[in-house]
Ligand binder design. Sequence first.
Ligand SMILES: O=[N+]([O-])c1ccc(O[C@@H]2O[C@H](CO)[C@@H](O[C@@H]3O[C@H](CO)[C@@H](O[C@@H]4O[C@H](CO)[C@@H](O)[C@H](O)[C@H]4O)[C@H](O)[C@H]3O)[C@H](O)[C@H]2O)cc1
Ligand SMILES: [Mg+2]
Length: 362
Amino acid sequence: TTAPDAGNPFNGYTIYLSPYYADEVVAAAAAISDATQKAKALRVKDIPTFIWFDVIAKTPQLGVYLADADAKAKASGEKYLVQIVVYDLPDRDCAAAASNGEFSIINNGMNNYRRYIDQLVAEIKKYPDVRIVAVIEPDSLANLVTNLNVAKCSGAQDAYKQGTTYAIQQLNAVGVYMYLDAGHAGWLGWPANLNPAAKLFSDLYKAAGSPQFVRGLATNVANYNALNAASPDPVTQGNPNYDEMHYINQLAPQLTSGGFPAHFIVDQGRSGVQGLRQAWGDWCNVYGAGFGMHPTLNTGSSLIDAIVWIKPGGECDGTSNTSAARYDSHCGIASAHKPAPEAGTWFQAYFENLVKNANPPL
Ligand SMILES: O=[N+]([O-])c1ccc(O[C@@H]2O[C@H](CO)[C@@H](O[C@@H]3O[C@H](CO)[C@@H](O[C@@H]4O[C@H](CO)[C@@H](O)[C@H](O)[C@H]4O)[C@H](O)[C@H]3O)[C@H](O)[C@H]2O)cc1
Ligand SMILES: [Mg+2]
């Protein structure tokens, strides 16, 4: 694979359903006694989400999924696309505690990260007929825009830049279509953050050699913002970019003029209900959230390739156990659903609420 297809990489492709998430959903539905809710829950297993590679031990599993997608493609005559999240930088999630990862900079982190990327690439090379869309490193570059005052983030600055650069260059060489994580309207969408964000993204993109398969940015990953809010959520007060569409419309021209003609994908997996948060910065297991707009290419904007579900609804954002090593206070606040298990593990009560509160209804 030398050059990307022009236009929207999702066009004409069948999205591969994560068996991992489907299994979680089937088990969750089995635990729901109400017949109506159980039926609604089961519908979620047929909605495509992104598969998160949050530990190096999961990298061989990518080959299993690619082989499965390849077989399904050959059996059906359809073209298959697998959605993944690359998420294993050393000193990960530097401004929070809930999703701290396995690698640390001081403990050979950069070598371990390159090994992680190399192992993903080795699996990808085996299945050239399966298209891959990858979200690159949620919460990494966004933290370099707003949190250099946090020691762990300023200490991780070089690692995040070198790591994401290595990732996009290596994945570009094997034809993976990529969207860099770009926080959300309530993070980088504040007017004061827009230009610094655009500069960081376009500088990194150009320094990496403008990799052709880097299609643009992913927004609202694991967050709750509306794509198009009917009216501004009160917590957005002070920010004219009160939803993802406003954020994208303001950011895109700054990226283009910076030499990065970006398109976007927007996570709506947990955006069905607005007006839930006490503060816009509340990000952990926000209570009352619902599954949102279903994945579609009918986005209403030429800037947005697809509405997607990136954070798999029902997988926890972080533990509420105050004595846990990865306890983050954001998971203990009023708007956080408690008690909550460790980040990434199944949060049954939360999933049941996502089903109940889904908008559009399941
Ligand atoms: O009135 N004004 O003019 C004005 C101007 C600027 C203001 O400051 C802005 O305030 C914003 C909050 O409103 C801050 O945004 C929050 O930043 C946090 C990281 O620091 C993010 O947390 C991450 O969330 C991820 C999931 O999204 C988690 O996976 C991850 O673990 C977790 O760490 C929150 O989402 C995000 O909402 C901005 O930094 C800050 O610059 C405020 C007012
Ligand atoms: Mg997180």
